[in-house]
Design a protein around this ligand. Sequence first.
Ligand code: SF4
Length: 355
Amino acid sequence: MAKEQLEKIPEIDLILGINEKNDIVKHLANKEKEKKNMLAQKETMVEVSDVLHQTEFLDFGKVTYTEKTRAVVKVQDGCNQFCSYCIIPYARGRIRSRRPESVIKEITAISQKGIKEVVLTGIHLASYGKDFEKNDALIDLLEKIEKVEGIQRIRLGSLEPTLISEEFVGRLSKLSKICDHFHLSLQSGCDETLKRMNRKYTIEVFERGVELLRSAFPNVNLTTDIIVGFPGETKEEFDKTYDFLKKIQFYKMHIFKYSPRKGTVASKMENQIDGNVKEQRSRLLIDLSAKNEEAYHRKYLGRQVEVLWEEKNHGLMTGHTKNYMKIQKKKEETNGKTNTMEIVTIQNMDEMMNS
Ligand code: SF4
């Protein structure tokens, strides 16, 4: 995408691809030298290595983004799914997974810093290990992380309906540290739209995955992403999505109005949807999401939950439950210590924050 902008932004001297980020200093130094040699001649230099041919996960060593209580560990890069609206497979290349030994080494180091929660992320986490030709690599990895001392919570960035088999959920539910919050990207609740999106599941498969997770994790919190106004989305198709979402009752839905990405199949599709229609559909789903969230919170009134306190601010403690509800309480009603776990009782709706 940056390369595409080159002609529009003449000030650009140097473009680096994602794989060069470790060598920024070297590239800048080379560029500086080259500029001096070229004297007045201005020429743009492009050094984007072809990410589409990258087959190894680039282990950048210390790329771990930590908060005080939580560390985000990237274990996978790239995507082979080619959803028709998405540029990522072209921009980030094929799937590459980080070796389990390297992940465990980093998570062990994280736990030694006193951090209790790790979040595993990737561009398409469900593809983790497919490049090792192992279908159960993700669950194998999770079982290994479960054994790392000091880590008390393992959170998954996102899951894919096609990954959620009986066997997967059976093994997942045996892990005491796994957080019962799963983000399942649905995108549409209508099979016809899903097909045009080139998503690889039907709503029946999706619903089966939801049932499996709900029966294995009684307090499970499910969130999702939805695109409204995808090319050709008729009123009937949108209504199917709305009805399906009403049935599933996600805790939270992230609603995106479709916008074309240059170079994708969907950007060239006929029947692009009018902006006002997208806006209207988006509003309807945002309202539904807010209602679901409130209903979910209401069920927790008077219940006990375990919170990992993350922040102390203006006399309030805030943190998350294992199933990713954001809780705030008056400091004097808690132990007052961040990076500790505490069981508290939810007294009123304001203690459960909208995330
Ligand atoms: S939307 Fe997700 S799964 Fe689909 S191509 Fe993009 S990154 Fe891959």
